[in-house]
Each structure stands twice: as structure tokens, then as C-alpha cells.
Design a protein around this ligand. Structure first.
Ligand code: FAD
Length: 267
């Protein structure tokens, strides 16, 4: 099996701040991490490789040179080869442009690594949070897609995906080649060993610039090729604590509530 895992480097949103003047994310001094949903996609690929050691796992990320770190993190837990799609021409891309560039990159990488049976993505990136890129890549490449994957099993002619649905799970069979987006399963990505970390450090990560894609439509990439425009970002006002009514009995609490609503001219 030949699997491609798409991973994005994101700021650790648990400690993110918004610049009150510019209303943009303050990225300075904020550590970057592997998008958690992409780590679940990586683990799903690694589990397929556990059962079939002939499986090859290729990692791709689009972003600035620092994004190499998340590619290397995945190389340390089962990834075989890594690619970084990086060029100033890609800067400012919205999800449509991002997915188009990644789809072009996948076609290029397939010339080197062979056709992919499966493309794994996270459900969403925790910074952009749109959950559009994976689905859009599937559309650009005309692949069947299954979203909200939890776990999967590779069968001879199809992938069995256990996907999250409201109140339970659904099992879907999808023919190769296919694209799956993963949500949080009951486990996390495995930890690398010291040995696998050292081996990953030595692996070469190939950078693909815009020149690697001679057929790319330059009108569809970067800020100019992005139909989405962010008009405004803002931090929602923090809600006030509210009033807690806790009288001796429920009946007394109800009476108190009615009198407070009456005083406020609400009823
Ligand atoms: C008008 C506009 C301008 C923007 N300008 C910039 C900018 O200048 N710089 C900037 O950094 N961002 C910019 N963004 C944000 C950028 O478009 C998104 O970060 C990007 O398109 C991915 O979308 P998302 O984060 O919502 O990913 P989602 O759709 O939530 O991600 C789903 C999955 O797709 C895959 N994926 C997503 N992005 C990547 C990636 N880069 N590499 C590999 N796999 C990936 C991952 O598997 C991920 O889990 C801009 C957005 C808009 C709308």
C-alpha cells in the first residue's frame, strides 16, 4: 500500500492571543505544533504499516521552511519520505488555492513515489478550522472521500473506514484510490523512539517550489488566486457571569426569578 499523509504546522492555539490593534493572530513567541487531527491521520497510516510492513508512507506539508519540523515528526513515527511545498508564490492562499496547490503537488509526488492508494488528512486544522482542504483535494483529484474517520482497515480491494456519526459509528467501504479525513479516535499518535527520532533527523525532505509544477495555473494560487477575503476578525465579547438564583426551595427560586424579570421589565 502507498499512503500519503497531509500535515500542517499550526500555532499551539491553547496559548494563542489576538493583537487588539490589528485583530490578527499573534504568532510571535507562540510555539508551533503538528496539527492534532493530522497526527490521528498519521497514526492511522502507521497502523496500516504495522500490519503490512511493505506499506510506504509519504508525508507532505505546505508552508514556510519551519514546517519541515512537522514532516520530520511524522518521519519519526513511521513516515518513509517527506516533501515540503514551499514558495512565496503560495503565500496568502485561501483553502481553495491551498487545496489546488496540494493537489498539484500530489500529482508531482506520484511521479516520484508511485500512485497513492490512500490520501489521509486531518478533519481540520486547528488554526484555519475550515475543514475544507481535505475535501477540496479529493475534488481536485476526483477521488472518493470519507470524512470523520476514526480508524480504518486496509482490505485487498477497499479501505474499511470506521467513521464518527451522531450518536455512534458507521462503517464505510471505499475503493482505492481514496481520500480520508480523520477526527479524534480513542488514542493518540504513538511516541517516537530515540532511534527513530535520530533516523528521521537524517532523512532528506524534498522541497517543491512553484517551478516544480510547470502546469500550475498561477492565476489560482496565492492571495491573487484566492476568492476568499477576510474582511474583519474580532474577539467575541466575554459574557458576564449572570445571576444565580438559589433560594431555599425551587418554588421560592421561581418566585424570585419572576420578580427579577418583572423588575427588569422583561415580563
Ligand atoms: C483570504 C485568506 C488569506 C489567507 N492568507 C494566509 C497567509 O497569508 N498565510 C497563511 O499561513 N494562511 C493564510 N490563510 C489561511 C489558509 O488559507 C489556511 O490556513 C489554509 O488554506 C488551510 O485551511 P485550514 O487551516 O482551514 O485547513 P483545514 O481545511 O481545516 O485542514 C484540513 C486538513 O487539510 C490538510 N491541510 C490543510 N492545510 C495544509 C497544508 N498547508 N499543508 C498540508 N496539509 C494541509 C491537513 O491534513 C488538515 O488537517 C488565508 C486564508 C484566507 C481565507
Amino acid at each position: 500500500m502507498n499512503i500519503l499523509v497531509c500535515v500542517k504546522q499550526v500555532p499551539d492555539t491553547t496559548i494563542i492571543k489576538i493583537d487588539p490593534v490589528t485583530n490578527t493572530l499573534v504568532r510571535d513567541g507562540v510555539p508551533s505544533i503538528l496539527n492534532p487531527f493530522d497526527s490521528y491521520a498519521m497514526e492511522a497510516a502507521a497502523r496500516i504499516k504495522d500490519k503490512d510492513p511493505d506499506t510506504k508512507i509519504v508525508i507532505v506539508s505546505m508552508g514556510p521552511s519551519q514546517a519541515e519540523a512537522v514532516v520530520r515528526e511524522c518521519l519519526a513515527v513511521g513516515g518513509d519520505t517527506g516533501y515540503l511545498v514551499s514558495d512565496r508564490a503560495f503565500g496568502g492562499s485561501d483553502t481553495l488555492a491551498t487545496s489546488y496547490i496540494i493537489a498539484c503537488a500530489i500529482k508531482k509526488i506520484e511521479e516520484i513515489e508511485g500512485k497513492f492508494d490512500m490520501i489521509f488528512c486531518g478533519k481540520q486544522a486547528i488554526d484555519g478550522d475550515t475543514a475544507q482542504v481535505g475535501c477540496e483535494i479529493a475534488e481536485h483529484l476526483d477521488l472518493p472521500q470519507v470524512t470523520y474517520g476514526l480508524t480504518c482497515e486496509a482490505e485487498a480491494d477497499r479501505l474499511k473506514v470506521y467513521k464518527e456519526i451522531d450518536g455512534g459509528q458507521q462503517v464505510v467501504g471505499v475503493k482505492y484510490p481514496c481520500l480520508i479525513t480523520f477526527t479524534k479516535p480513542a488514542f493518540d499518535m504513538r511516541y517516537p523512539s530515540v532511534k527513530s527520532k535520530l533516523a528521521a533527523r537524517k532523512k532528506e525532505i524534498t522541497t517543491l517550489t512553484v517551478d516544480a509544477f510547470p502546469d500550475i495555473d498561477r492565476a489560482c494560487i496565492g492571495l491573487k488566486g484566492s476568492p476568499t477575503r477576510v474582511k474583519k476578525t474580532f474577539v467575541p465579547p466575554v459574557k458576564q457571569g449572570g445571576v444565580v438564583i438559589k433560594e431555599e426551595t425551587d418554588a421560592e427560586s421561581a418566585v424570585k426569578l419572576v420578580s427579577l424579570l418583572d423588575e427588569a421589565n422583561i415580563i
